[in-house]
Design a protein around this ligand. Structure first.
Ligand code: ZN
Ligand code: ZN
Ligand code: ZN
Length: 371
């Protein structure tokens, strides 16, 4: 993991957080495990049973309460936060409640363990508790230039793997889905990621299950193989889906794929600033509906991506959030015919002043491969 440690970046993010806190009448923001913490401090806490807690008062210096044994992992930035290590025999929630003091409204990060929040409620029963996502979420979903560059590097790396798949460099026929998944995972690391997040490999009828878990099923000639994979590189995620067909593509699959490809392209093209997330979803859905496959497109069009593989903004009916420059998200319609086959096509897209920028550019065709 190698998120920036430039204090200027975190000072400016915290300044915007404090501005939103005052707009929303929040006195103190508290963040534990999850990705809001590294976004604001450069430090990612392991999801341990010991409490790590960033306490951000609206009008005073932030403190990071941390188990003493974890403190060496923190890149200390005294101009951004004060490090407050706690010892094994201390009560960290009591220390946290002193740091929070007399705050009336406390915004809590979504991923704070319930056990600590329940204890904190007992220490500070009169405070009003709200979700921190309303403060940090709007900031995190607008990526700055450095974040977009990081997403582009990760996307380009998985594009190279998709090209290897298309070129027949990854053996498929006669191997199990699990073996191919392991090979994709190894290539994700070989192409520069720090971590594999997932490597879905689904052959034939298994591809009709969108999040199929790669298993012992042997891949055979004459079937479609769906590969959806991604990892984390320098703190930012990649996520791509491509399908290949082992041998000649039968007419029913070719016809469905043609609709899928048009739907995906329409969804990418719809990503203009000021357009709602739900209308991007509607663009992919109407193409698939018109082609007669509507009942087989069983999920939203996409999800935001950044430090997490799934985050705001979600490209789904009901999300009226308007796209802004710097929003990064997937466009990944699919068609899944139970018992027969499935297909999905996925790129990561960034909304920019000059229109939608696709970070994945490997061929979007259903290539016939013998490998
Ligand atoms: Zn998914
Ligand atoms: Zn994916
Ligand atoms: Zn995705």
């Amino acid at each position: 993991m190698n998120i920036t440690h430039d204090p200027a970046v975190f000072k400016s993010r915290l300044a915007r957080v404090r501005q939103l806190m005052s707009e929303k009448n929040v006195d103190t923001l508290i963040l534990s495990v999850g990705h809001d913490l590294p976004y604001l401090t450069g430090y990612q806490a392991m999801p341990l049973e010991r409490l790590t807690l960033l306490v951000v008062p609206r009008d005073a210096m932030a403190s990071m309460l941390i188990p003493r044994l974890e403190a060496p992992r923190v890149v200390d930035m005294p101009s951004v936060f004060t490090l407050v290590p706690w010892n094994e025999t201390d009560d960290p929630v009591a220390i946290a409640s002193r740091l929070i003091g007399s705050a009336n409204t406390i915004a809590v990060g979504d991923q704070m363990w319930a056990r600590f929040l329940v204890e904190l409620l007992a220490h500070l029963p009169r405070a009003r508790y709200v979700r921190a996502v309303d403060i940090v979420g709007p900031l995190r979903r607008v990526k700055d230039a450095a974040e977009i560059a990081a997403l582009q590097r990760a996307s380009t790396a998985v594009d190279r793997i998709a090209a290897q798949l298309h070129a027949g460099d990854i053996p498929l026929i006669g191997r199990t889905e699990a073996q191919v998944s392991a090979e994709l995972s190894a290539r994700i690391i070989a192409e520069g990621h720090d971590k594999v997040n997932f490597a879905i490999v689904a052959a034939g009828e298994n591809a009709a299950s969108p999040h199929h878990h790669a298993g012992p099923r042997v891949i055979r000639e004459g079937e479609i193989v769906l590969c959806d994979f991604g990892g984390t590189m320098a703190g930012y995620c990649s996520d791509i889906t491509r399908c290949v067909h082992l041998g000649d593509v039968p007419p029913d699959i070719a016809e469905a794929y043609e609709a899928l490809q048009r739907a995906q392209a329409a969804g990418v093209a719809a990503g203009r600033i000021g357009v709602s997330c739900e209308s991007v979803d509607a663009r992919t859905r109407e193409v698939i509906d018109a082609a007669g496959y509507g009942e087989f497109f069983v999920h939203r069009t996409g999800h935001g991506i950044g430090m997490e593989e799934h985050e705001d903004p979600y490209i789904v009916q009901g999300n009226t959030t308007l796209l802004e420059a710097g929003h990064a998200y997937s466009v990944e319609p699919g068609i899944y015919v139970p018992g027969r086959w499935g297909m999905r096509l996925e790129d990561i897209v960034v909304a920019t002043e000059s229109g939608p920028l696709s970070l994945n550019n490997t061929s979007h065709d259903l290539l016939s491969v013998i490998a």
